[in-house]
Design a binder for this molecule. Sequence first.
Ligand SMILES: *[C@@H]1O[C@H](CO)[C@@H](O)[C@H](O)[C@H]1NC(C)=O
Ligand SMILES: *[C@@H]1O[C@H](CO)[C@@H](O)[C@H](O)[C@H]1NC(C)=O
Ligand SMILES: *[C@@H]1O[C@H](CO)[C@@H](O)[C@H](O)[C@H]1NC(C)=O
Ligand SMILES: *[C@@H]1O[C@H](CO)[C@@H](O)[C@H](O)[C@H]1NC(C)=O
Length: 438
Amino acid sequence: MFFFLYDSLLLVCLSFSFYSSASATNVASYLARRTSSQVQSFTHDFNVALGVVLTSREKLQPQVHLTTGSQTVFCKSDAGATSAGSNSSSSSSSSGSSGTTKSTGTSTNTASAAGSSSTGVAISTPYRLVEEHVGSDFFDGWTFTDAADVTTHVSQFYVAGLVDYVDQGTASDNNLTEITSGGTAIMRVETTATVTGNRQSIRITTNNVYNSGLWILDAVHMPTGCGTWPAFWTNGPNWPDGGEIDIVEGVGDNTNDQATLHTLEGCSLASSSSSALGITGSVITSTDCVSTGGGCGIRSSSTVSYGAAFNGNGGGVFTMTLNSSGIAVWFFERSNIPSDITSGTPLPSLWGTPFAWWSSPTCNVTEFFGYQSTIFDTTLCGDLAGSVWSDAGAPGQEQSCATRTGVSDCDTFVQNNGAALQEAYWEINSVKIYQIPS
Ligand SMILES: *[C@@H]1O[C@H](CO)[C@@H](O)[C@H](O)[C@H]1NC(C)=O
Ligand SMILES: *[C@@H]1O[C@H](CO)[C@@H](O)[C@H](O)[C@H]1NC(C)=O
Ligand SMILES: *[C@@H]1O[C@H](CO)[C@@H](O)[C@H](O)[C@H]1NC(C)=O
Ligand SMILES: *[C@@H]1O[C@H](CO)[C@@H](O)[C@H](O)[C@H]1NC(C)=O
């Protein structure tokens, strides 16, 4: 049943700050509420499929941190029934392209691209567009995962998210994907009033992979609300060997985005101090990026960088650069998108301080990050959104979902309140990937 897990194990992790000392208890009681057969049968399949991985990881430190009642780290592990991770060994700035991905693929020279800002000032950038997803062709070049979700907070418990990811035809037939008349791409979850099992959802992974470059997501809307756990992220082959970069991630009613790295042992942040790191965000996890510890997460200081606040503000742009000197993430709200980005001639040196920056002196990016595929997913409940259902205190989640909904657990709420998931959708203007030609 879980044969596809051999293909690629993809995890996306999130550290969640609790302000409730009952956090550990809440997690444990949530897990206890799951029927033991659900947990056991899943755990069994997962162990059968991934015995070697689990064995080696179990030798390391405990995989769920419940530190001082204030912070927990969760990971989303998923069967990537995808063709991602095509294993090119070419130079550090080339793409391992495969198959049908829409790629501009025309830039082989090193001349600068010239653009013009909205104020008419010409911008010269070494970055060239190598892949874009926009308009009626948005869904070209992605592989739709066609399998139940498999999420976990990498402890001995493995609790799947409450979604079945569906293939492209089913997604379109069931109105889960749509290209709007305005040219935006929509990815929804199923909003049928009540379901007895999982709700249908979307998870897409690019066919092309890159081990350096600049990623730009322009989103109008992201999934939000109690029970939701969406992410936009990249992942290298053979997790965690190839590294993982979470660019947009959060849960429930969060208002501040969190970016996180997950790696093999040996990559870290030099400090937990924002000023020492030269970032505008805050380190809210361990400084050690090792996947078994839950990764190293940095939260944006912008209260409109995630969730309903982001949506209500017209969305915005997330950018991520990956190169041998480090990995940086910026967020720009709609009213403040740099003109070099809108003109298609992005130049990161114009963007000011990133909210997140992991740099090479303490994390050798060349060593820890392989060719990255790019992923959108929306899951429901599962280890994170389910486990923190009764917790409050993270920005935007001043009141717990249990209090807000009056329903004591995530699954019951999500299964019986389809209308409450009307906001659980992505609406995307574009995803663009640029590289500096070698
Ligand atoms: C698809 O879903 C959206 C959001 O619920 C709705 O507004 C729209 O009418 C639906 N389209 C179709 C063809 O059912
Ligand atoms: C890449 O290919 C090489 C040679 O075929 C193989 O040894 C290696 O395991 C592959 N790496 C990944 C990450 O798939
Ligand atoms: C790598 O990315 C950072 C952040 O965008 C940038 O400051 C730096 O110049 C880049 N280095 C190279 C070699 O491209
Ligand atoms: C970073 O890792 C690469 C690949 O393993 C290696 O060639 C390089 O020497 C490392 N750089 C440093 C500064 O350790």
